[in-house]
Design a protein around this ligand. Structure first.
Ligand code: NAD
Ligand code: UD1
Length: 353
């Protein structure tokens, strides 16, 4: 059983991954400043993990850019004997539009934050890292499905920060033996834990399709705007590779196992299903899940969008023995369960961890 630091562990993907890791018997230290999350998520993770997980989750409120906060996290990892075995690094900012408006904040949190984290890892002799990268690296893809060998050509500041961290990780991996690093390039993570207790809780108006549809379904918003009906796809709406957040969480466990059981490694892997779905297909699937129609209107294309983005997931299957198991109906069923049970996300809950 391993001791793992999870930065950003209270967030959407982090909370689901914490649960999967606790269920697999690992001990966790979460470092999160709650910039985009609630302590309630971790409280629910502990409830779901059950009494067997008692004492295996320590939570540190702090910022990855602050050395003192990182020191507290590493000290917590060392408090019960040997130090941390690995880090999973989710903490970061992820809104494309915001990154265009506030690029320096994105470079600070995503790039400088990662640099501070790597320095602390090196100082503490912890050299195993799983990093949250993104398919956004591929920009407008030239080939679909997209292999990992496709050109890295981001088209917005958010994407540039992910590309910069991936480069930092390649440099670090090459600098001395012992580093074991996986950059996982997520496609479109959606859905929720099947219990409906944890899920995605975006601040303000959702930028992404799936949470927007969920909020229309639950009556928080009037209708979905479908960004473009004239894309070169079967029904004219954009096509993406949606991945159930529980499949993604399990992908992190598989990556950790691969890194911790092997030698020096640098993995750069797509995590997706390899299956594309159009916006209209997602709206239809969500309507089936919630039992009523989802109103929508077709509008202009959103600038910066590609027609089709779908992963080639072959490499992750080969390297990690991992592949997605849940389909679009599972994503919508579980996403609806969460949204219906928590129409305002975690916001109405006022407990601390
Ligand atoms: P999220 O916003 O729900 O989670 C990020 C977590 O990091 C939050 O809990 C937030 O409070 C925390 N955080 C932010 N800045 C921090 C700081 N300076 N110090 C400590 N904690 C900080 O986002 P998510 O969807 O769970 O994404 C996790 C990671 O995956 C991010 O790095 C994101 O860029 C990447 N990613 C997400 C998607 C997606 O669609 N959700 C796709 C590709 C990649
Ligand atoms: C977006 C980001 C990407 C980021 C990813 C995960 C952009 C251009 N890309 O990807 O960098 O890694 O989120 O956070 O912002 N759509 C609608 N109506 C909506 C919202 C979206 O029709 O209200 C369409 C989009 O045009 C797209 C699909 O739904 O075809 C998915 O959009 P979204 O959920 O925003 O994800 P991406 O654009 O793939």
């Amino acid at each position: 059983m391993y001791k793992i630091l999870i930065t950003g562990g209270a967030g959407f993907i982090g909370s689901h991954t914490c649960l999967v890791l606790l269920e697999a018997g690992h001990s966790l230290v979460v470092l999160d400043n709650y910039a985009n999350s609630s302590p309630e998520a971790l409280r629910r993770v502990m409830q779901l993990a059950g009494p067997g997980a008692e004492g295996r989750l320590q939570v540190i409120e702090g910022d990855i850019r602050r050395s003192a906060d990182l020191e507290r996290a590493f000290a917590a990892g060392a408090s019960t004997g040997a130090g941390l075995d690995a880090v999973i690094h989710f903490a970061g900012l992820k809104a494309v539009g915001e990154s265009v408006a506030e690029p320096l904040r994105y470079w600070d949190v995503n790039v400088s934050g990662s640099q501070h984290l790597l320095a602390a890892m090196a100082a503490h002799g912890c050299r195993t890292l799983v990093f949250s990268s993104s398919a956004t690296l591929y920009g407008y893809p030239e080939t679909v499905p997209i292999p990992e060998s496709a050109p890295i050509q981001p088209i917005n500041p958010y994407g540039y920060t992910k590309a910069a961290v991936e480069q930092m990780l390649r440099d670090v991996a090459a600098s001395e033996p012992g580093w074991r690093i996986a950059s996982l390039r997520y496609f479109n993570p959606v859905g929720a834990h099947p219990s409906g207790r944890i899920g995605e809780d975006p601040n303000g108006i959702p930028n992404n399709l799936f949470p927007f549809i969920s909020q229309v379904a639950v009556g928080r918003r009037e209708q979905v705007q479908v960004f473009g009906g004239d894309w070169p796809t079967t029904d004219g709406s954009g096509v993406r590779d949606y991945i159930h957040v529980m499949d993604l969480a399990e992908g992190h466990l598989a990556a950790l196992k691969a890194l911790l059981s092997g030698g020096d490694q640098l993995l750069q892997l797509n995590l997706g299903s390899g299956q594309g779905h159009s916006v209209l297909e997602v709206i239809e699937a969500f309507a089936r899940a919630c039992g009523h129609a989802i109103p929508y209107v077709i509008t202009q294309r959103r600038s910066g969008d590609a027609a089709i983005t779908v992963a080639d997931p072959t490499e992750a299957k080969q390297q990690l023995g991992w592949q997605t198991r849940r389909n679009l109906d599972d994503m919508c069923k579980d996403g609806w369960h969460w949204q219906h049970a928590n129409p305002n996300g975690y916001t109405s809950v006022r407990t601390s961890y």
